[in-house]
Structures are given as C-alpha cells and as structure tokens.
Design a protein around this ligand. Structure first.
Ligand code: ATP
Ligand code: MG
Length: 494
C-alpha cells in the first residue's frame, strides 16, 4: 500500500503547523483493497482559512469548506488534493443535504457522518498507530460487505442518494449488501424521488459502467429503486415474450446489458442494450395462428411486438432526457434503439440495400448498431441466428465503405448546382436528395458531368413534382420500420 508522495508532503506540512492529517473515504478504501485510488482526500482539524494560509497555492472549492491544495504532480489525480476540515452534519429536513454543517476537532465526528463503513476509515499520516476505524470498516472490507454507518434507516432518511450509492458500491466492489442495510433501502426506496435527476444520473452512470452492471440492475429492481429511476424498464418485469425468446422483457434487456458489459462496450452501447426493447410492453399484442406454440383462450398463437423499436426509441429519448444525459448521447442511443430491428439476409442482400441501410443509420453508427444487435442476440438466451450473418454484414459494410451514402459524398455540391442555374431554396435540397438516392442504387452515377446533366433535367420539373419525387425516393424512415415489421410477420407468421 503506497501513499503518493505529494499527499505525504501535504500531511507533513500540516503536522509542522500543529495540525492532524488523515487519509479518508474512497482512496483509503481502495488502498486497503490494493486498488489504485481515483483521487486523494485528506481530512484535518485545521479550519478552511488555516489550510488556505498554510497553502497559499490553494483554491476554496465549495460552501462545505473543502480546500483544493495544488501540487506540481503530472498525474491528473494528484494535481489538486482535496483537504477537508472534520465536519459534523446536522438536520436533513429535505432528505438531500444537511441543514447545517459545523467543523469539529475530532476525527470520529467526521467518520460518523459518512455513508458506509468501508468509506468511514481514516489513516493518520503522521502517527505510529495510524488507523481509526470506529465502525469496523476493515472487517467489512475483508468480509466483502457493504454496511451503512450507524442506524441504516436513519442514514437513508438523511440523504436518499445513499440508497443508490449503496447499489453502486456493491456493484463497483462486488460486495453483498448487509441485511439490515438491505432492508432499510427497501423500506426507504420511495425517498429517491426527492433526489435531483442529475445526482441520480451521476450514480447511475457509475453503476452501469461497472463490471457488475447486470447484477446491479436486478438489485435496483429487487430493492424497489428502479421504479424511481427508469419505471419504463419496470414495466417489462414478468412480461412473457414469444418463441424467439427464453426470457421476459426485463430479463432480456438486462441480459443484453450483461453482454455489452462483458464486451467492455462504452456507455452509449450499454444504455442502448438496456433500453433496446423498452417499447415492448406497450406494443405487446396476442395473435392467433395455427402453428403457434403458445395457447391463450383456447387458441394457438403467440405474442407480437410490432413497432416496438419506434415506440422504444421515443421512450428512450424521454428517459435519457429526464435523467439529464447530454443531447448527443440521447440522439445516438435512441437512433440505435430505433434501428435495432434491421433485417439482414445474407442470401438476399444487395450492395444497394447495404448502402441504403448505412445512409439511414449513418456510417459512424454502423459498427455500434451491429454490436447492439449482437448484444440483443446473445441476450435472447436462444441465439439461433448465426453470428456469421453479422460478420457477413460487417464485410458488406466494408465493401461499400467508399461508396456514396450521404449528400456530402456526392460529386456535386450546392455551389455546383447554383452554377448550373438551380435557384437556392427547397428545390435544391430535393434535387440533392434525388441524386443521392440514385447514386445509392448505382454508385457509378456519382460522376460530376453525369450528375450535372441529371441536375439540368430535374431542374426543369416543377417544385411540387420534384418534392414528391424526392420523398418517394427517400422512403421515410418510418416506412422502413413498417416494412421491417411486415418482413417479420411474413417470416415468422407472428
Ligand atoms: P469513488 O471511488 O467513486 O470516488 P468515493 O468513496 O471516493 O468513491 P465519493 O463520492 O468521492 O466516493 O465520496 C468520498 C467520500 O465522501 C466517501 O467515501 C464517503 O466517505 C463520503 N460521502 C460521499 N457522499 C456521501 C453521502 N452522500 N453521504 C455520506 N457520506 C458521503
Ligand atoms: Mg472519490
């Protein structure tokens, strides 16, 4: 276990000035687990003004009296070391933060306000008998147990974010939640409603990025927390699917996430995997058919989920916006959900078909769409479609990689069209759209002279005709999704 020399240096200076210096919180927990800490936190009896006086190169960070001491380390985690005065927190009338914070000269006061025993250990950097561990955090570290400090019920009532932090730490550390703590979370789950969506998002993001994200989601559901974070996922609990699936909607969403985690996929893909079938409960309908494997009201048939990708994409957008995710991520994840049902048949596919798919999805998203589909396939529990299909698609995407699939890639641009006499306005956009659709069908047409000749022809048409043609050529994305549903109906009779 090694403490960074910059941190030791700060502790040494504090001691020279007659103050104590303890390592606390996540960094000590991680050191004791032989893991590398994310950041370094020190706590001391020196008041914020005193810390600032001792370290003139410091910044006062927030209203709670944390001082950031600058070091000359190159390591970003060490550039600023947070030094906080021992604190007592009192009164939590809004279930979020204390009504008052006062400073203390006793390390035990500071440890008592912390959330979990494994986060409430202190290491005196200037002493021979250095560990202070009033809540037996070291024992819990050894036993791999997450336990609230003091009375769990009271601790969750004080600050409801701790409900979610418990699940996050249990996933991050792969620790079991101690029984009383578990019970108190369940009983106080509804308090999560008092916590800001932004704080929830930060914890949820950390949780979903751990290796145990799949288990963490199941735990969130069991504890009754999920309904306050993503109630739309809760709707899929116990919802039986059709013959292509072994699992319920909720189980399948979570298993798909599990695969995304196993493949170490980034946040966007983990969210897409978790949410890709979120539209299923809302679109579920029974259909009678003779070859059906299930029976309902005495008739053979199975469940259908037509357009669940369209409904699911809208829900995904709403969920992620509510959780204050950034706009770009929301756009990407909902696009992936919207497109995840794409039909791909290696025997029937044409290069133009692949170009049409890429044009709709965007070149930059193709790889992620294939990864999502893989997560969906494995997460079904009955992955009968062969992986070679997706590899085949990958190869086809590669094959058409230099073909034009967007207006940007046309060999003529707006400027060329103006020089050819086309007036700026809607007509110009329509002409470019028509040209794109034509070169998607046949890339050899992407040649400047030929395109300009075609521009002259198109420019002779009136605006209405042109607009109709552009729309027809483009075949709106919604229509494509309807076709996908039609294909599924034909192929599987459901
Ligand atoms: P990480 O590795 O994610 O940084 P961490 O334990 O350092 O984990 P932080 O959120 O950085 O977590 O908080 C630092 C410390 O502050 C925690 O270890 C804990 O002792 C205390 N703490 C943070 N948030 C709370 C809270 N809501 N209630 C009580 N104590 C808290
Ligand atoms: Mg930390």
């Amino acid at each position: 276990m090694e403490v960074a020399k910059e941190v030791l240096q700060i502790a040494h200076i504090l001691k020279q000035e007659g103050h104590s210096a303890y390592l606390v919180g996540g960094c000590l927990r991680d050191l004791l687990l032989n893991k590398e800490p994310n950041d370094w936190d020190l706590t001391t009896d020196a008041k914020p003004e005193e810390i600032q006086k001792i370290f003139p190169e410091s910044v006062y960070e927030n209203e709670f009296g944390t001082v950031g001491v600058k070091t000359d380390s190159e390591d970003p985690r060490l550039k600023i070391v947070e030094v906080t005065t021992f604190r007592i927190e009192e009164g939590y009338s809004n279930k979020r933060h204390p009504d008052s914070v006062s400073f203390s000269t006793d390390i035990n006061d500071d440890l008592s306000r912390r959330d979990f025993t494994v986060n409430a250990i202190a290491l005196d950097l200037n002493a021979n008998d250095p560990i202070t561990d009033p809540f037996e955090g070291q024992k819990d570290l050894k036993d791999e147990v997450l336990r609230a400090v003091g009375d769990p019920d009271q601790r969750f009532k004080e600050d409801a974010l701790r409900l979610l932090r418990a699940v996050r730490f249990s996933a991050q550390l792969d620790f079991a939640i101690e029984q009383e703590t578990f019970k108190a979370i369940k009983e106080n789950a509804a308090l999560l409603e008092h916590v800001s969506k932004e704080r929830i998002r930060i914890e949820f993001e950390k949780l979903i990025m751990t290796d145990k994200a799949e288990q963490a989601l199941i735990l969130l559901q069991e504890l009754g927390l999920l309904q306050y974070i993503i109630p739309e996922l809760e709707e899929g609990v116990g919802v039986e699917q059709n013959m292509h699936h072994k699992y319920t909607v909720f189980e399948h969403n979570v298993k798909s996430l599990g695969y995304a985690v196993k493949q170490n996929m980034p946040l966007e893909l983990r969210l897409a995997a978790l949410l890709h079938d979120v539209g299923k409960p809302a679109t579920r309908e029974w259909k009678d058919y003779a070859k059906g494997e299930k029976i309902k009201d005495g008739k053979k048939g199975d469940w259908t989920f037509y357009s669940h990708q369209v409904v699911g994409a809208k829900m995904t957008e709403k969920i992620l916006r509510r959780l204050t995710f950034p706009a770009k991520l929301i756009e990407k994840v909902s696009l992936l959900v919207y497109e995840h049902m794409f039909v791909y048949d290696p025997d029937a596919v044409t290069l133009a078909g692949v170009r049409r798919l890429i044009s709709r999805v965007g070149k930059e998203n193709m790889e992620d769409l294939i990864l999502l589909r893989e997560a969906d396939r494995i997460g079904s529990g009955v992955p009968k479609a062969q992986p070679y299909r997706l590899r085949h698609l990958q190869a086809m995407v590669e094959k058409v990689s230099t073909d034009p699939v967007s207006v940007k890639m046309l060999k003529v641009n707006g400027q060329d069209l103006m020089s050819a006499g086309v007036e700026p306005g809607p007509k110009m956009g329509d002409i470019l759209d028509i040209l794109l659709q034509e070169v998607i069908e046949n890339p050899e047409k992407n040649e400047k002279e030929a395109l300009l000749a075609r521009v002259k022809e198109l420019d002779k048409m009136n605006e209405n005709e042109l607009s109709k043609m552009a729309h027809q050529a483009q075949e709106t994305a919604t229509k494509k999704q309807e076709e996908i549903d039609e294909d599924i109906k034909k192929k599987y009779f459901v």
